[in-house]
Design a protein around this ligand. Structure first.
Ligand SMILES: [Zn+2]
Length: 468
C-alpha cells in the first residue's frame, strides 16, 4: 500500500507500527450545523481508505471525535464559539444544538454507508483528559496564562510549521487586525488550550472547573487528548480536510509532540475541497446541500458515493446535479447487472485463459486502490470486467469483492417485486398481442403505465419495469 503523506509531501510505502494493524484517527464534525455535501465527500474518502485497508487484510482501529465545544468562528482564536452562536440564534441550549446536529451527522454517515468508528468520542465527554494534558504541557513549560486563556507557546516548539511548511514569520503577517484578539497573546500562532469564562465568554453555557478557573477547552486539544487516550502516543494515520492542515493539525502536532517527545502521526491523510457547480460553498449562495436535499432530488446516497469515487481524494471536486443524476443512473445499471448475474448460475469449469483474466482484474484493482487510492481507476476496472467474457458467477463474485471497497451495498440489491395486478395486466396484454388485437394491447399498456410501470417486449417475452 502506498499513500501520500502530507507531512513529507510524498507518496510513501505505508508501514503501520504493528504489522497488519492500523490505528486511524479521523477529525469529526463540529456539530453546530448540518453536515453538507463537502463533509459527505470528506467522510466518504476516509471511508474508502478504511475499507481499502480492511480489504487488504489489516485490522483497523478507528476513532472519530465530535467537536461540541471550543471551536470558534475564527481559527485564530477570534470570534465566538460556533455552537454557542447557533444556540443563541435558534434559542436552544448548546447541548440541544450539539445533539441535534450530531444525530443528523450520524444519519448522513449511515445513509452513505460509511463504516462507523470503533470509538465515537465527544469532546465534552473528555474534559478531564484535556485538563490533564494541558497541565502536563504547563509543567513542561510550553504554555503561558493570561487573564483570558491558557496558550500554547509556539516559539517553544521547534517543529512548528512542519506540516504546512509555513514559517512562523509568515504566520505573523497573516494575522488579522479587524477581529478581537487577546492583547496578552504573545504570537498570532499561539493557540488557546483553555478559555476562561471571562470577557467575551462570560456567558458561555458550557463550562467546567479547571486549575485555571472555570472555562472550556480550545478546539485543538481535544483531538490530541482523545487520539492518545484511545490509540496511543503515536498513531499510523490521521485524516481530515485540507482546510484543517495549516492550523488545526499543525497545532495538534505541536501540543502532542511537546508532551511526548515522540512523533504524533506517521501519515497525514488530507482530503481536498469540493465545489458546487464551480462555486465555493457558502451560506449566501445557498449551496450547502445536505443528504436530505440530495434525496429530495431523487439521488440515492450510494450514487453520491459512486460519484465521489470518480475524483481522487487529493483533487478538488466539482459537484453538479447533472453528474449526480448520471451517477444515479450508473448505480441503477450496476444494480440491474447484479440481478441479472445472479440469475445466471451455471458455473462452468474455468478455462485457463478465463481464470487468468479473473486474476488479472483482481490484481489491477488491488494495484489501483493500493496506489494512493486511485478509486476512479478501480471503478473503470470494474466496468471493464463487467463487459468482459468472464463467466457470470465469477463476475458477480468479483463485483461483490470490489464492493467491499466501494461500499455500494451491491450484495443487498434485491430484485424489485412487481405487484401481482401489474403482472396480470401484462400477461393479458401479451395475450392480446399474440392475438394481434392491437387496440386492446395499447389500452393495456396505457393502463400499466398509469400505475407507474412499463412493459417492454423482448425476444424472450415481456419485461416489466418501474417508470422512473
Ligand atoms: Zn481534529
Amino acid at each position: 500500500m502506498y499513500l501520500y503523506n502530507s507531512l513529507t509531501r510524498k507518496i510513501e510505502e505505508f508501514k503501520p507500527l504493528k504489522p497488519q494493524e492500523v490505528n486511524i484517527y479521523v477529525c469529526g464534525l463540529t456539530v453546530y450545523d448540518f453536515a453538507h455535501i463537502g463533509n459527505m465527500r470528506s467522510y466518504s474518502n476516509s471511508d474508502f481508505l478504511k475499507r481499502t485497508l480492511l480489504y487488504l487484510g489489516y485490522k483497523v482501529n478507528h476513532v472519530m471525535n465530535i467537536t461540541d465545544v471550543g471551536h470558534l468562528t475564527g481559527d485564530d482564536d477570534s470570534g465566538e464559539d460556533k455552537l454557542e452562536k447557533q444556540a443563541k440564534k435558534t434559542k436552544k441550549t448548546v447541548w440541544e444544538v450539539a445533539e441535534f446536529y450530531t444525530d443528523f451527522f450520524l444519519k448522513t454517515l449511515k445513509e452513505l454507508n460509511i463504516l462507523l468508528p470503533d470509538v465515537l468520542s465527544k469532546a465534552t465527554d473528555h474534559i478531564p483528559e484535556m485538563v490533564a494534558f494541558i497541565k502536563k504541557l504547563e509543567e513542561k513549560g510550553f504554555t503561558y496564562e493570561t487573564n483570558e486563556a491558557v496558550y500554547f507557546d509556539v516559539s517553544k516548539f521547534k517543529g512548528y510549521g512542519k506540516l504546512s511548511g509555513q514559517k512562523l514569520e509568515e504566520k505573523l503577517k497573516g494575522a488579522r487586525e479587524e477581529v478581537y484578539v487577546d492583547p496578552k497573546k504573545k504570537h498570532p500562532a499561539d493557540f488557546a488550550l483553555w478559555f476562561k469564562r471571562i470577557g467575551r465568554f462570560a456567558n458561555h453555557q458550557m463550562h467546567w472547573e479547571s486549575p485555571w478557573g472555570e472555562g472550556f477547552p480550545g478546539w485543538h486539544i481535544e483531538c490530541s487528548a482523545m487520539s492518545m487516550k484511545y490509540l496511543g502516543q503515536t498513531i499510523d494515520i490521521h485524516a481530515g480536510g485540507v482546510d484543517h492542515l495549516a492550523v488545526h493539525h499543525e497545532d495538534e502536532i505541536a501540543q502532542s509532540e511537546a508532551l511526548t517527545g515522540k512523533q504524533f502521526v506517521n501519515y497525514w491523510f488530507h482530503n481536498n475541497f469540493l465545489l458546487v457547480e464551480n462555486q465555493k460553498m457558502s451560506k449566501s449562495l445557498g449551496n450547502f446541500f445536505t443528504i436530505e436535499d440530495t434525496q429530495k432530488k431523487g439521488i440515492d446516497p450510494l450514487a453520491l458515493r459512486l460519484l465521489f469515487l470518480q475524483t481522487h481524494y487529493r483533487s478538488m471536486m466539482n459537484f453538479t446535479w447533472d453528474s449526480a443524476k448520471g451517477s444515479n443512473e450508473a448505480l441503477n445499471k450496476l444494480k440491474e447487472q447484479v440481478v441479472m448475474l445472479r440469475k445466471q448460475t451455471d458455473r462452468t469449469t474455468l478455462s485457463q485463459e478465463k481464470y487468468k483474466k479473473i486474476e488479472e482484474y483482481r490484481d489491477r484493482f488491488i494495484a489501483a486502490i493500493s496506489n494512493d487510492l486511485q478509486t476512479s481507476a478501480a471503478v473503470a476496472i470494474m466496468w471493464e470486467m463487467l463487459k468482459s467474457n468472464v463467466p457470470s458467477p465469477d463476475k458477480l463474485d468479483l463485483l461483490l469483492e470490489f464492493d467491499q471497497v466501494f461500499g455500494l451495498k451491491l450484495a443487498e440489491v434485491e430484485e424489485e417485486k412487481i405487484p401481482e395486478d401489474i403482472v396480470k395486466l401484462a400477461e393479458e396484454r401479451q395475450q392480446m398481442r399474440v392475438e394481434k388485437r392491437y387496440e386492446e394491447t395499447d389500452r393495456l399498456r396505457k393502463e400499466i403505465e398509469s400505475k407507474g410501470y412499463t412493459v417492454e417486449d423482448t425476444p424472450e417475452g415481456f419485461r416489466i419495469k418501474r417508470l422512473k
